[in-house]
Design a binder for this molecule. Structure first.
Ligand code: SF4
Length: 349
């Protein structure tokens, strides 16, 4: 059986290539072919000797992801791709064409074990975590598409299915690989990582000392509400989560984003807005209000436009920086996990 080398950094590649006794520069050449020039066969690597290309082809695979299905929003700004890996596991990757550039939203796990009540990704639990190579394959899939339009991936959010902190080592290895000059030379400043509130993960990330934007899915202003919609809160209480977010902002000087999905009669009341203001008072933070994309599996509904506006007004009056997320792709059910579930249902997976 051939070994897959897609996703290895130059150190890992050098190790894999040891039996071939190649000069060191060949490692970098092969990495550049895979990660910058999109080669999926050694035969494409034209600056390698022909015999070597054949030997490498016989020993290794370069496994990327296969497109299974695609959905485009009617405004053409959002496209969602269901990508399948070699073992048949599939994840969703989203391209959002924003005024400030092209943003890709990637999944870090297939499915999710965190159990948030409003999220379709967790309906069937987690199938498995993704490897660094698989996360890279998601980005390169989008990057290849954009190349055809003379564009590239400008920003990246780790907000698809999965809890990145539950796949910490692979996620960090993926981000380091993206940052390498022989890969995408991707700035950490253009990365946002979202967590449901895995507190030890926030502290670990803080110690990395990288300018990654942290986004915390808060979705409630107190433990009573959060316990009901986010099981993770049973382990790490809201005060601990917000404290970790505050320290992260102070240490990295990056504004922390608190995601807050507004759900009718669950967390969208005036008292909730006041409580949230109190909780975040004095923090380098921004609240991103997200009117819920109704999830049919769980009867959760979207508040009226007036209620949403009132919530925002209260935060603003209390000097909490807040915005209502501009909706993208609701007509293609862009909320994480919904398309994958539909696909699994249709294919009886
Ligand atoms: S919101 Fe995020 S952490 Fe929660 S279940 Fe969905 S994918 Fe998992």
């Amino acid at each position: 059986m051939k070994t897959n080398i897609f996703g290895l950094d130059t150190e890992g590649l050098a190790e894999a290539l040891k039996p071939f006794k190649l000069p060191a520069y060949r490692t970098k050449q092969i990495a550049e072919w895979m990660y910058q020039k999109g080669a999926v066969h050694f035969s494409d690597m034209t600056n390698l000797p022909k015999k070597l290309r054949e030997e490498l082809e016989a020993a290794f695979d370069i496994n990327r992801a296969k497109l299974v299905e695609q959905w485009d929003s009617s405004d053409g700004k959002t496209s969602k791709y269901l990508l399948e890996f070699n073992d048949g596991v599939a994840v969703e990757t989203v391209l959002m064409r924003q005024p400030y550039g092209n943003s890709v939203c990637i999944s870090t796990q297939a499915g999710c074990a965190m159990g948030c009540a409003f999220c379709a990704s967790t309906v069937n639990g987690v199938a498995r975590s993704l490897t660094r190579g698989e996360m890279l394959a998601e980005v390169l899939f989008i990057d290849d598409l954009l190349k055809k339009e003379d564009k590239k991936v400008d920003t990246m959010v780790l907000m698809g299915s999965g809890e990145p902190m539950m796949n910490y080592d692979e996620v960090m290895a993926f981000l380091h690989l993206m940052h390498e000059p022989y890969c995408k030379n991707f700035s950490y400043r253009n990365v946002a990582l979202s967590t449901s509130g895995v507190v030890p993960g926030i502290y670990r990330l803080m110690e990395e000392n990288l300018p990654i934007t942290l986004s915390i899915s808060l979705h409630a202003p107190n433990d009573t509400v959060r316990d009901k919609i986010m099981p993770v809160n049973k382990k790490w209480k809201i005060a601990e989560v917000v404290k970790a977010g505050k320290l992260y902002g102070e240490k990295t000087k990056r504004r922390v984003t608190y995601e807050y999905i507004l759900i009718e009669n669950v967390n969208d009341g005036e008292e909730h807005a006041r409580e949230l203001s109190h909780l975040l008072h004095g923090q380098l933070a921004n609240v991103n209000l997200i009117p819920i994309n109704p999830v049919t599996e769980r009867a959760l509904f979207r508040p009226s436009a007036e209620r949403i506006q009132r919530f925002l007004d209260i935060l603003t009056r209390q000097h909490i920086s807040a915005t209502i997320r501009k909706e993208m792709g609701t007509d293609i059910q862009a909320a994480c996990g919904q398309l994958r579930n539909q696909y699994m249902k249709e294919n009886d997976a």
